[in-house]
Design a protein around this ligand. Structure first.
Ligand code: BES
Ligand code: ZN
Length: 623
């Protein structure tokens, strides 16, 4: 993983002291503790005064007009007896609003950048149901509408959503903060012949009527609301796991994910029961802007993980791990994002260690560590954006989507593991997930919990871990743990030999995993000569690689070296793949090595194939 920042911070609002930015809690009269939400600067809703308990969604998806329309009915409890309910919206058209069945005069504020427009709905202390009739707008940031040519079948349109971080509000009027949870039911009407799927109990067959009913009976935050509509088919893996994909992809997807059933049991052995019933994976068309999204019960994933040899399934381990860290125990605000992603990276590597052995997991740790080093260099080693506790005040939460929460986060947890011993740490994590299930947690709550349950005022431990340096301090602290290098040391030897003229023998490289190849290429001197590029390509056929991670890195290496024989395949790759993690470094490399014309030509040709969010970040790179 090598996610880069998409948003350049123009104004840094520096808040003076580190330990002073403990989130304020809004105390309420409700006895429901999940209602104690930390102050979240990215929602304009008043969910701290009105309890949102349940959502009934009744929508129609028009793939031709590219509009979702219908109603969202909220079951509420006006705990603080306030006179309005405020919901988040983004580019939604509001048709009318009912309060307990009566039409009311609502007010829609003018939109704020990235936060959208607050919708004010008059309510009385007794109000129980609020219904908003609405339709989505052209700038819905959560929605990607695909023309048939952008799918594998080439015959049907496709729609999918991506609600994290704050995009749910662009397709549902809601209280859009990670600390606000509710259950939902949905009735979704789609064109006949197409399948509809959500982050809920899902159908396994296409409905004749085009009407689907969904139920999510566990409370979830808005960023986990998800919908996909298209020519999608299902294949079972085991009794509780399966895979959905376009028909032309289903065989390959099923083969790639055959071990997912085993992965779920492995995860359960580590950190307790899987609480969501089924675990299915939906493989999306190639324009999906991210690798994977942990929508409850149904992970959404990019087809670029289908390498043909199951070598990239750690991405599924990651999304599965979110069923505990993230979906079960959720970061209270986007400033606490490391609690979602750092824990999940740690958990992902523990699953992979169980499944593939320690030397394999060590490679993931080392690659992650190098990503962390690069990210810290990018952001600046003294920059506050390299703290684990983020300060996203006045910014789009996407500004926090860097390798810091992921890699600094999981290395911090690894450090605790090393200090307290794995057995103790696992007991602690099991307890942590259980005691915080379906709840929300701030960084400060977590640190308190850690202190009470694991550190227990042990001065030596405290000193060795140095929590403050990790959570409220910049860069990579000196006590950062390092992974074993057994397999990468051997790769280093092979690379040195190659640079002296001897190619690594196939008998050895045939046993290499994706991560050995990535390490082999990553540490090459830059640029390689055209002769070296050709030697490598002739021997290992990188230009034709079907492994997206290796292909992407090879294309970057080719751009640096000016190795033209790879350009055709690279353009083909850029014409279909929409994953930002691959697009951004590749376009950046073209821009930085004097190939701006090529970058602009290719981007102009394929910009429309990319997700609106990918377009937003690439517009800043290619210009
Ligand atoms: N939840 C994230 C994706 C995300 C984060 C989307 C924030 C929007 C805002 C997901 O679990 C994730 O981390 N995906 C990674 C997978 C990787 C770390 C294995 C990705 O997409 O690259
Ligand atoms: Zn994640």
């Amino acid at each position: 993983m090598n996610m880069k920042r998409f948003c350049v911070l123009l104004v840094a609002i520096v808040i003076a002291s580190c330990n002073n930015n403990v989130s304020k809690k809004n105390s309420t009269v409700s006895s429901d503790t999940s209602f104690l939400v930390a102050k979240d600067i990215h929602t304009q809703s008043n969910a701290d005064s009105v309890l949102l308990k349940h959502l009934d969604l009744d929508i129609k998806v028009d793939l031709d007009k590219r509009i979702i329309s219908g109603s969202a009915t909220w079951t509420i409890e006006n705990t603080n007896k306030v006179n309005e309910l405020v919901l988040d919206t983004y580019d939604l058209g509001i048709d009318s609003v009912l309060s307990d069945g009566q039409k009311v005069l609502y007010r829609l504020d003018s939109p704020k950048q990235y936060l959208g427009a607050a919708l004010h709905i008059p309510i009385i202390p007794q109000t129980e149901l609020v219904t908003v009739f609405y339709k989505t707008g052209k700038n819905a940031r959560a929605l990607q509408w695909l023309d048939p040519v952008q799918t594998l079948s080439k015959t049907h349109s496709f729609l999918y959503t991506q609600s994290e971080s704050i995009y749910a509000r662009s397709w549902i009027p809601c209280a859009d903060g990670p600390g606000i949870r509710y259950t939902y039911d949905a009735r979704v009407a789609v064109p006949k012949g197409l399948m509809a799927l959500m982050s809920a109990e899902n159908p396994q067959q296409i409905s004749d009527s085009g009407i689907y009913h969904f139920k999510m009976d566990k409370p979830i935050p808005a960023y986990l609301m998800a919908l996909a509509v298209g020519d999608i088919t299902f294949r079972k893996i085991n009794d509780r796991t399966g895979v959905y994909a376009e028909p032309a992809m289903i065989d390959r997807a099923h083969y790639e994910f055959e071990d997912v059933g085993k992965m779920v049991s492995t995860a359960e052995k580590l950190y307790g029961a899987y609480r969501w019933g089924r675990y299915d994976v939906l493989v999306l068309p190639p324009g999906f802007p991210i690798g994977g999204m942990e929508n409850p019960k149904l992970t959404f994933c990019t087809p670029t993980v289908i390498a043909g040899d199951r070598s990239l399934v750690n991405l599924i381990a990651h999304e599965l791990a979110h069923s505990w860290s993230g979906n079960l125990v959720t970061n209270a605000t986007w400033n606490d994002f490391w609690l979602n992603e750092g824990f999940t990276e740690y958990f992902e590597r523990r699953i992979m260690e169980e499944m593939e052995g320690k030397s394999y997991a060590d490679m993931l740790w080392q690659i992650g560590y190098e990503d962390l080093e690069d990210e810290v260099t990018n952001i600046g080693k003294d920059d506050k954006d390299t703290w684990l506790k983020l300060d996203l005040k006045g910014r789009d939460p996407d500004a926090g989507l860097t390798d810091i929460p992921y890699e600094k986060g999981c290395h911090f947890l690894k450090l605790i593991e090393v200090n307290v011993g794995r057995e103790n740490f696992d007991v602690f994590l099991n307890k942590y997930f259980n005691e915080h299930a379906f709840k929300t947690i701030t960084t400060e709550d977590f640190l308190k919990y850690l202190d009470n349950n694991l550190i227990k005022d042990n001065a030596t431990l405290k000193n060795n871990i140095n929590i403050n340096a990790w959570v409220y301090g910049p860069g990579i602290p000196a006590n950062c743990p390092h992974a074993g290098m057994e397999r990468f040391d051997r790769v280093d030897n092979m690379r040195s030999a190659f640079l002296k003229g001897t190619l690594p023998p196939l008998a050895i490289t045939q046993k290499w995993t994706t991560y050995e190849w990535l390490h082999f290429l990553r540490k090459m001197p830059k640029p390689l000569s055209l002769v070296q590029m050709k030697q490598l390509d002739d021997a290992y056929h990188f230009t034709k690689s079907t492994n997206s991670e290796i292909a992407d890195l090879w294309f970057i290496t080719a751009v640096t070296a000016g190795y033209e024989p790879a350009y055709g395949a690279m353009q083909e790759f850029l014409s279909t793949v929409g994953r930002r993690k691959f697009l951004e470094p590749l376009y950046k490399e073209m821009m930085q090595t004097g190939k701006q014309e090529m970058a602009k030509r290719i981007y102009k040709a394929y910009r429309e194939n990319y997700h609106p969010l990918a377009q937003e970040s690439l517009d800043k790179i290619v210009r």
